[in-house]
Ligand binder design. Structure first.
Ligand SMILES: Cc1ncc(COP(=O)(O)O)c(C=O)c1O
Length: 344
């Protein structure tokens, strides 16, 4: 498969903006920077940030064991997803495939970019129907979104099913691994060389406890990464985000310990949920949230809101009638949730 053939003609022909910091990169302390029309008075943020986030990228590369040239950062993984649309999908012509119930931004971004969607619902165990998915593909099907672990169901998809999709789909398969750090399954990042049409996205918003700084990660072949780097806004990751991420990622074991805590709290929460009499099903989860089926999702949602507890009502999602999605909180928060669920 030739990835260039999948790119939009506009993108293939694009000459990217070259920022001042792209043109000169050999910074050292005794240099005088008069190239970017910045204010010269130092305050920690008066200079433009590194457009390629070299220090942060090399730290992340060490953490994940992926070469820096296979990594691109976005202003949240939502920005990465938008850039993927803009690189590959021609407005009013191309289509993408989504597997509902799934993360809502794939559809919002399709609408925003004037791209049509072919939806193939997951089966009753929230697994992809591979044959059905491959049967809806046409020559304008450019992207297939595979969210594993899936939001809102929480489960990981069968690895063999994913492998068939990546091998047989003739466009780009985007595996969204926002919740991978909570999962028993391996990341697909190690398969980038095997599958040139694979893009994996991750985020520091979940397991790494940094939703507020907006930092998403894209892993792909060097060919795809260079296209995404060429079309991203030049300074998409601001200085404060880069600094804070470096600071927090440098604290040894913090993410690993928090993930362990969240996973053990998740097991306690699941156990406690079994004794709430109007919960009829607790879906298997591989993420930091649990989907449950209740007698009346709207009623229970409103009762919880009245008690000051905000959860997500997923009842309108396909295959999710009367379901609520509960994020695993601290031990104290989970106790409040359980006590309240039992009291209403
Ligand atoms: C599956 C999935 N992908 C992506 C995101 C967005 O991540 P970010 O905060 O990096 O934009 C979310 C957020 O809830 C998500 O559930």
């Amino acid at each position: 498969m030739n990835i260039k053939d999948l790119l939009r003609p506009t993108i293939k022909a694009l000459k990217p903006y070259s920022s001042a910091r792209d043109e000169f990169q050999g910074a050292s302390d005794n240099m005088v920077f008069l190239d970017a029309n910045e204010n010269p008075f130092e305050n920690g943020v008066n200079r433009y940030p590194d457009p390629l986030q070299r220090t942060l990228k090399s730290l992340w590369s060490d953490i994940k064991g992926v070469p820096t040239q296979n990594i691109m950062f976005g202003n949240g993984s939502d920005e990465v997803l938008d850039l993927i649309y803009r690189a590959f999908c021609e407005p009013n012509q191309d289509n993408v495939i989504t597997l509902p119930p799934t993360y809502g931004m794939y559809e919002v971004l399709a609408n925003l970019n004037a791209i049509s969607i072919k939806k193939v619902s997951l089966d009753e165990n929230f697994q992809p129907k591979v044959d059905k998915i491959l049967s809806v593909v046409d020559e304008n099907s450019k992207l297939l979104f595979v969210c594993s672990p899936n939001n809102p169901s929480g489960n990981s998809f069968n690895a063999k099913a994913i492998e068939r999709l990546v091998s047989e789909f003739k466009g780009i398969v985007v595996i969204d691994e926002a919740y991978i750090d909570f999962s028993k399954e391996q990341s697909w990042v190690s398969k980038l060389e095997q599958f040139p049409n694979l893009i994996v996205t991750q985020t520091v918003s979940k397991a790494y406890a940094m939703a507020g700084i907006r930092l998403g990660i894209c892993y792909a072949s060097t060919e795809i990464i260079s296209v995404l780097n060429a079309i991203k806004p030049p300074y998409n990751i601001n200085e404060l985000t880069q600094k804070k991420a470096i600071e927090l990622l440098s604290i040894k074991d913090i993410a690993t310990n928090q993930i362990q805590d969240i996973l053990s709290e998740r097991e306690k929460l699941i156990e406690a949920l079994t004794s709430v009499n109007y919960i009829s099903k607790i879906y298997p989860t591989d993420a930091n949230f649990v989907l449950v089926k209740v007698d009346d999702a709207n009623k229970r949602y409103n009762q919880l809101i009245e008690k000051g507890i905000v959860i997500r009502n997923r009842t309108t999602q396909p295959g999710c009638e009367n379901t609520l999605r509960l994020t695993v909180g601290t031990a104290d928060e989970n106790k409040i949730l359980i006590d309240t669920l039992k009291s209403i």
